[in-house]
Design a protein around this ligand. Structure first.
Ligand code: RIB
Ligand code: CA
Length: 311
């Protein structure tokens, strides 16, 4: 599976990247970063830090949009730390961000890929929206989209909205309009799914027992992530692992249950901006929303992957 990851590292993005890098069945063509958890200069630098930690510094990484399509930028340094990776003990990147603009790099990769490419989005959808606005024909070059975002229930950045869709609601609406118009096979991994995937102390101890530079970095990042209001307010036994669920779906979709749906994003109301209004549908739909996951199977997959990352 040829894959492109668009992300805003971000602690859970970082763990998702490590899971993807450890999977030989994912042919990672490139990574574009976007403003989200922290500004795009930091999300790009953090992507490089993770690539170097895992021994994959040769994967091309690009910086994309520094601001959302319309709304004023928001960040989540209170959750992911000022550096975006929870202050993890990793050196600054030694490699460089590719100078090509991330949206342009994504467009080129889609056009040049010999087969349609899968795109995993782990942050606000600004880059993907910009690419689809610039060249609508790219929709035929997309094998499938797997998107982390949204919620049927309560949000995590406001009561109404999940962070990725709140940070750029207009981009989310642009993307889902095109999913519907061009029937792009899409799976949405929202909070109702990711809140089932809690990195409890027991799972964190299994990761720590791997005793490698990768596992030590993950445990450090999870210690910060465990303090997120999202987990504390819900009395979770640890931080929810949102973005790694996207990669797990690519690797083992059989761990998930999904339902056909249609989605609309609130782009007008100041009270419910970024709200994902999800309607279940009967019959075929390009959009599937993940509803259940086999949690033990997820952590077996993640921990095995972390074990195989080069020491
Ligand atoms: O709401 C969770 C999502 O927002 C995750 O992708 C997290 O990294 C942030 O981007
Ligand atoms: Ca993210």
């Amino acid at each position: 599976m040829t894959l492109w990851i668009d992300c805003d590292p971000g602690i859970d993005d970082a763990i998702a990247l490590l899971l993807a890098l450890a999977a030989p069945e994912l042919d990672l063509q490139g990574i574009s970063t976007v403003a989200g958890n922290v500004p795009v200069t930091l999300t790009a630098a953090n992507g490089l830090r993770i690539l170097e930690l895992a021994g994959y510094a040769d994967v091309p990484l690009y910086a994309g949009c520094p601001v959302p399509l319309c709304r004023s930028p928001i960040f989540a340094a209170d959750i992911h730390g000022e550096d975006g990776l929870g202050g993890v003990d990793l050196p600054p990147p030694q490699t460089q961000v590719n100078p090509l603009f991330g949206v342009t790099a994504l467009i080129h990769a889609l056009r040049q890929s010999p087969t349609p490419m899968t795109i995993a989005t782990l942050g606000p959808l600004t880059n993907l929206a910009m690419a689809l606005i610039q060249d609508p024909s790219l929709s035929q070059r997309i094998e499938k989209l797997v998107i982390m975002g949204g919620a049927l229930g309560q949000g995590n950045i406001t009561t109404a909205a999940e962070f990725n869709f709140y940070a750029d609601p207009h981009a989310a609406q642009v993307v889902f309009d095109r999913v519907e118009a061009y029937a792009i096979p899409t799976t949405l991994i929202g909070l109702d799914l990711t809140h089932q995937v809690i990195a409890t102390p027991a799972y964190q101890q299994r990761i720590a027992a791997l005793n490698s530079p990768v596992s030590r970095a993950v445990v450090q990042m999870l210690a910060t992530y465990a303090q997120t209001p999202e987990a504390l307010e819900r009395k979770f036994a640890g931080p929810p692992l949102h973005d790694p669920c996207v990669i797990a779906y690519l690797l083992q979709p059989q761990l998930f249950q999904t339902r056909s749906a249609q989605i609309t994003i609130e782009t007008q109301s100041s009270l419910t901006l970024g709200r994902s209004v999800i309607e279940w549908t009967i019959g075929p739909s390009p959009l599937q929303v993940a509803t259940e996951i086999k949690v033990e199977g997820f952590f077996d997959l993640l921990i095995t992957a972390l074990q195989t990352c080069p020491a």
